[in-house]
Write a protein that binds this ligand. Structure first.
Ligand code: VGL
Ligand code: ZN
Length: 201
């Protein structure tokens, strides 16, 4: 029986996060068949899409003398500088071809503000500007969220932790996620999720 109070949220299963993409996550595409199968267990399926304007301030290319994967101090705190990725409307920003997007009830795009990155599906990286996803879920009576997707240690982790902070019951299925793992970021993400009360399985 599909429980109407539960939603599956698949984070950023996009070409740029898959092998060959601009910010490829090792084996990112390996999760696609299992994510598709899992959709059948949920009454509500939400897909997120990292969807940046070409001049986004999280791109190392916008910071003179900086290289991808270095960090920079932003108005909202320290931020990793990324290779240009998921630029709105490009092939890299499109969902992986194998993902069953037709099944989605909602597609939410994030990272639209050129001045603030947005790892989380709920809040931009200032941790306070909402995307509107919380309202969508609450008005539909959804209180339990299952997260899968890319990347474990950035967008999945931030989304899951924010969801828990907002009072949702949250789980993350690690074998349906893949990580970037930058300087121990995967271990840090696991700790952060556990501390926030996210069930990591
Ligand atoms: C992501 C880095 C930059 C992600 C998005 O989806 O985890 N990571 N933008
Ligand atoms: Zn991004």
């Amino acid at each position: 029986m599909r429980n109407r109070s539960e939603a599956l949220i698949a984070i950023d299963v996009q070409n740029d996060f898959c092998p060959g993409g601009a910010l490829a996550v090792p084996d990112g595409d390996g999760i696609v068949p299992s994510v598709n199968s899992l959709m059948a267990d949920f009454a509500t399926v939400v897909l997120t899409q990292d969807w940046h304007p070409a001049n986004h301030s999280c791109f190392a290319s916008r910071h003179k003398g900086s290289r991808p994967f270095e960090t920079a101090e932003m108005s909202y705190g320290r931020q990793v500088l990324w290779p240009d990725h998921c630029i709105e409307g490009t092939h890299g920003a499109a969902f992986h071809d194998g993902l069953e997007t037709a099944r989605a009830d909602l597609v939410i795009r994030k990272g639209r503000n050129p001045d603030i990155d947005s790892y989380s599906a709920f809040f931009e990286n200032d941790r306070s500007t909402p995307t509107g996803l919380e309202g969508y879920l609450r008005t539909r009576g959804i209180d339990t969220l299952a997260f899968v997707g890319l990347a474990t240690d950035f967008c999945v982790c931030h989304s899951a932790v924010d969801a828990a902070r907002l009072g949702f019951t949250v789980n993350v299925t690690l074998n349906l996620c893949r990580a970037i793992d930058l300087d121990g970021s995967l271990a840090a993400a696991r700790k952060c999720m556990a501390a926030a009360g996210v069930e990591v399985r």
